[in-house]
Ligand binder design. Structure first.
Ligand code: BGC
Length: 359
């Protein structure tokens, strides 16, 4: 729908700060920051719809922001080398203020997936804009990120939903793997040669439930819709791999509301556990890749139907909540859930473009 395509670009542009960071949501009380994870997907969407200048400004911002952490990462690696226990403040932030600063708050910062994600996105940006020179500009931040991931990839950390600090999440391993593999394509020497291979081997050895699908995190045989990442885009396994086929089938069974959206995971209570637009788009993406276009099209229509008349798209919708009794508590605590969420707009644009066949 042209109107929602244009509205999405407008909302994303309006949510980009002059320095390049994208706000996660301009109106929601907790999301007035730029996350590497959300930001990369927003930038990728802008790349696929040809708004490269916006994506470029985001990656320039990431490059500048992370370069301030050179000494921080060096200290962390040295501490690990001396066998010292790390403090929460030793890890890099998961979100930044729009001018690239770190907020001194209690946010669950230790999340590795965004660091893999931005590596993946930066490589895509360079590929889609044919800009090998830009690599040199990003190189210090990329080198630092690789060192950080190399040191920590096996440590339990919060997942992309900012939960379960004590677990090792398969979607996070996939994002780290995908980011490092992407960097290797451009400059193999920047990544320890066997590192992606080790991560993949570890994930396949420990992260598969007895039924043969990926698990949400090691020791938890449920699925999370973020396991779609294992194939798309991170390629931990091929989309036709039986492990992915089984993972997808369980996600469809457990998490896809009939003709509706996609839940994060069955036990979700955040805002009562609604259907997420961005995850619906992810499922649609998988359907496109699998040649199931009419199902992808149906998902696109569902997403479009969730937009407000002004074009804003929410993070999640609450028509068929998994845990309705939890909903009022969240509204009381933080206000109604995020809308617009720029990441929802981004995933909508990606699916829409895929269905047009122009990615
Ligand atoms: C989500 C994260 C997201 C953040 C900002 C959180 O509620 O769980 O995935 O990065 O919101 O959109």
């Amino acid at each position: 729908m042209t109107h929602l395509h244009d509205a999405s670009i407008r909302i994303i542009r309006a949510g980009q700060a002059s320095g390049g960071g994208y706000v996660a949501s301009p109106t929601f009380s907790q999301y007035g920051y730029s996350w590497l994870r959300d930001g990369t997907w927003i930038a990728y969407a802008m790349d696929v719809v040809g708004q490269h200048d916006s994506a470029r400004r985001f990656y320039e911002w990431v490059g500048r922001t992370l370069s301030n952490y050179q000494a921080h990462v060096a200290d962390l690696v040295a501490k690990l080398g001396r066998g010292e226990t790390l403090l929460e403040s030793d890890y890099l932030p998961t979100r930044f203020t729009l001018d690239g600063a770190q907020e001194a708050d209690e946010w669950p910062n230790f999340q590795l997936d965004g660091y893999g994600t931005w590596l993946w996105g930066a490589v895509e940006h360079i590929r889609l804009t044919d800009a090998p020179d830009f690599w040199q500009k990003l190189r210090p931040a990329i080198t630092l990120t690789v060192a950080y991931l190399n040191a920590l990839w096996q440590s339990p950390n919060y997942d992309c939903w900012e939960e379960h600090r004590d677990q090792i999440h398969m979607s996070t391993l996939a994002a780290i793997y995908g980011g490092l593999k992407a960097v290797q394509q451009i400059e193999p020497m920047l990544v320890p040669n066997q590192l992606p291979h080790h991560i993949r081997t570890y994930a396949l050895q420990h992260g598969i439930a007895s039924e043969g699908h990926f698990m949400k995190y090691l020791g938890n045989a449920e699925v999370d819709a973020n396991l779609l990442w294992t194939a798309l885009p991170y390629g931990l396994v091929d989309i036709h791999d039986p492990i992915f086929t089984k993972t997808l089938a369980k996600i469809e069974r457990d998490l896809h509301y009939p003709d509706g959206g996609v839940y994060r995971y069955r036990a979700d209570v955040y805002y009562g556990g609604g259907e997420w637009l961005l995850l619906a788009a992810w499922l649609g993406w998988a359907y496109v890749e699998l040649g199931r276009r009419s199902e992808a099209q149906q998902i696109l229509h569902w997403i479009e139907a969730q937009a407000y008349p002004t074009g804003e798209m929410p993070e999640q919708v609450s028509e068929h909540l998994l845990a309705a009794s939890h909903y009022p508590g969240w509204v009381e605590r933080w206000g109604t859930s995020a809308c617009p969420l720029l990441w929802s707009h981004a995933m909508y644009l990606i699916l829409e473009t895929l269905l047009k066949g122009t990615v």
